[in-house]
Design a binder for this molecule. Sequence first.
Ligand SMILES: N[C@@H](CCC(=O)N[C@@H](CS)C(=O)NCC(=O)O)C(=O)O
Length: 259
Amino acid sequence: MFTFSIQPMATVMHLPLHQNGVVSSNHFSPVRNMKPLRVSMSSVPPSHPFQVCVKASVTTSNRLGDCPFCQRVLLTLEEKHLTYDLKFVNLANKPEWFLKINPQGKVPVIKLDEKWIADSDFITQTLEEKYPIPPLTTPPEKTSVGSKIFSTFIGFLKSKDPNDGTEQALLSELTSFNDYLKENGPFVNGKDISATDLSIGPKLYHMEIALGHHKKWTIPDSLPFLKSYMKAIFSKESFIKTRAKPQDVIVGWRPKFEG
Ligand SMILES: N[C@@H](CCC(=O)N[C@@H](CS)C(=O)NCC(=O)O)C(=O)O
């Protein structure tokens, strides 16, 4: 097990969470079954960094790999100024210690109040409830904005037939998102970055690198608000610190491209 320590830029107050047992996305529907959390503004910051299991790089030892869900969790920790230690998991040969933590075998997994919890939806929601400052909540009516971009990107990446409509499906989702940003941006919730941006940003990063390399595809100039959005997110210090190496993204998506 390799551990990589990350220092905070600052600290914030934190709140106690009461949960039972190991939680994973297998047993736990992130939103529906979420237990009520007790919130107290008088709590102190955690004395130790969080432990976070993330995908290991396949090109460089002891480095973060290409998992957009892991980056989403790390971005949330960064934006909330919470410290963390990374545990790199080789997903091609999962170690026993990791499968004990999360029998489902998926990353990210984070240790919160002595319990390991999985699934980026659940993790980020729990972090928001335990550490509400600074707030990252996206209003419910905006959380589905851009939600089909990732699946349509994968559909296009996997496609072998240029006329099967998958490129058009992606373009349609990107155009809707561009138009939304034009009216409501620069971020999904307006001027401040929020949880939905921290979810979409890593996916757009993967899309740009994977489609650029495997399909020689680039985002059309007709989508300037999307381009500015990507530039704004990709240039954030928190994003640069937590992003995967482009080569890992290329290698990671190759099996889907080659089918
Ligand atoms: N819904 C999960 C998805 C997590 C996920 O699919 N992670 C991938 C890596 S990007 C994984 O661990 N895959 C297991 C494997 O490759 O064996 C989340 O949001 O955390």
